[in-house]
Design a protein around this ligand. Structure first.
Ligand code: ATP
Ligand code: AH0
Length: 401
């Protein structure tokens, strides 16, 4: 047997594994690195997040990625070069974390790497009738494995696409294993660049587990701030949006988008929710002359109202639904305030900290769970494949040499 296969076989049989989950989201703020001790697998999964950090990206990374990010046209040479470059950088960032944490790389079973999403195009979003769903993440896991010397599981979304899904949201797989409760109806809400949710009914009815993207979380607000306020990455504390007034004409034009009319489940990204979409809505509503603060207040309201609608729809047939939020949007006080105001029927709003997972670490932990399932799990049947949740094992394995 090849020694790497033997090592994987041994890891798969251990009662618990050390797995480093890596997530680089659409906000391009940094690489989330979560060192997790995962005990068991499947419905017996237990997780301890031993360390978590976000290694911030410098301007060079952001500029390089933005050459291709969510763009229909780009320089293929740059894209090809970025794939190994991002992988090597992520590997170096893991090495940096391990050194800082004084953790021996030899003690890590595997790294679980999401990579950097460059383009996401479900069928609902493109006009190529001869193609189905597609999504592309770069940051080659071979580079991570070679740079760290640690076996790396990566490229999780392609199996979902291969099995007929849209490649997202994958959160449901981890949410179901780790956050489902026999006593409480739960909605796990992540508000990153794009917002998504997972509904977990308390009765253990796997057929009712549900997951979908909702629409913009922070992505358009971030893009707007980065474009008009040089040097700022986002509207910290919603200071700018709080100084503005919601413009209802613009809000109506923004809400009048084909994505919001699609039935759930569905997925999207900054390919749709970007400054061009905002400009078009401003033209339709003749609100091109609004000041920046009013635009940001309106974008904030767009996220809050569309997320609230998805939560209310989800909770409509369910009493006592508790929302557990995660992602950078929870740090936006205006977004949270508006969300609470629009969701009077939600029993309580908490964040995933109260379930033992740092809300900023949740997506990195998710990929650690998916890698753990790839090694030691069994496929879960959630709802007979009729709601976009497929019975699959995800991830491709890269060895260090
Ligand atoms: N203090 C804060 N005030 C306002 N907004 C904040 C604050 N902290 C974080 N954010 C928002 O959260 C964003 C980062 O969120 P997060 O890291 O969850 O996104 P992501 O993981 O890149 O996205 P996705 O999950 O869509 O891939 C920031 O770009 C910003 O918009
Ligand atoms: C293609 C892609 O990278 N999608 C991300 C993005 O960020 C949030 C939302 O859009 C979600 O669908 C997904 O990530 C999470 C981790 C998921 O798959 O559950």
């Amino acid at each position: 047997m090849h020694p790497h296969i033997e090592a994987l076989y041994n890891s798969a049989q251990k009662p618990s594994r050390l797995i480093i989950g890596l997530m680089s989201g659409t906000s391009l703020d940094g690489l989330d690195v979560a060192l997790c001790k995962i005990t068991g697998a499947g419905l017996h999964t237990q997780i301890e997040v031993l360390k978590f950090t976000t290694v911030e990206y410098n301007d060079e990374y952001k500029t390089k990625i933005k050459q291709v990010f969510a763009k229909r046209e780009c320089d293929l040479e740059v894209l090809t070069l970025l794939h190994p470059w991002v992988g090597k950088l992520h590997g170096a960032m893991v090495n940096q974390c391990l050194a800082l944490w004084q953790v021996n790389p030899a003690d890590i079973d595997v790294i679980a790497s999401h990579g950097q999403t460059i383009y996401h195009c479900p069928q609902s979003q493109h006009n190529h009738h001869d193609f189905k769903n597609g999504t592309l993440q770069i940051g080659d896991s071979d580079q991570i494995a070679v740079t760290t010397g640690i076996t790396t599981v990566g490229d999780f979304r392609q199996k979902h696409i291969a099995a007929g899904g849209e490649g997202a949201p994958l959160a449901v797989y981890g949410d179901y294993l780790f956050f489902a409760s026999p006593n409480e109806n739960r909605i796990l809400l992540n508000m990153g660049g794009i917002a998504n949710l997972t509904f977990l009914p308390k009765n253990g009815d796997t057929g009712a587990v549900f997951s979908s993207d909702i629409g913009p979380g922070n992505t358009i607000m971030d893009a707007y701030v980065q474009h008009y306020f040089k040097g700022l990455h986002y509207d910290e504390g919603a200071k700018l949006a709080k100084a503005g007034k919601v413009n209802t004409k613009l809000l109506t034009a923004l809400t009048d988008n084909a994505f919001f009319k699609l039935p759930l489940p569905k997925t999207t990204g900054p390919e749709v929710f970007n400054l061009a979409y905002l400009r078009e809505a401003q033209m339709h509503s003749t609100t091109q002359r609004l000041n920046h603060e009013d635009v940001l207040a309106t974008l904030n309201a767009l996220s809050a109202t569309t997320i609230a609608k998805a939560l209310n729809d989800c909770a409509q047939h369910t009493q006592d639904c508790v929302v557990y939020a995660s992602g950078g949007g929870i740090h936006n006080p205006l977004l949270m305030e508006q969300l609470l105001m629009h969701c009077p029927n939600i029993k309580a709003f908490k964040n995933t900290e109260s379930l033992g997972v740092n809300p900023d670490a949740k997506e990195a932990v998710l990929f650690a769970i998916l890698a753990n399932e790839c090694l030691a799990g069994q496929r879960q049947s959630l709802n007979n494949n009729n709601q976009g949740i497929l019975d699959i094992t995800m991830g491709k394995v890269s060895f260090a040499d």
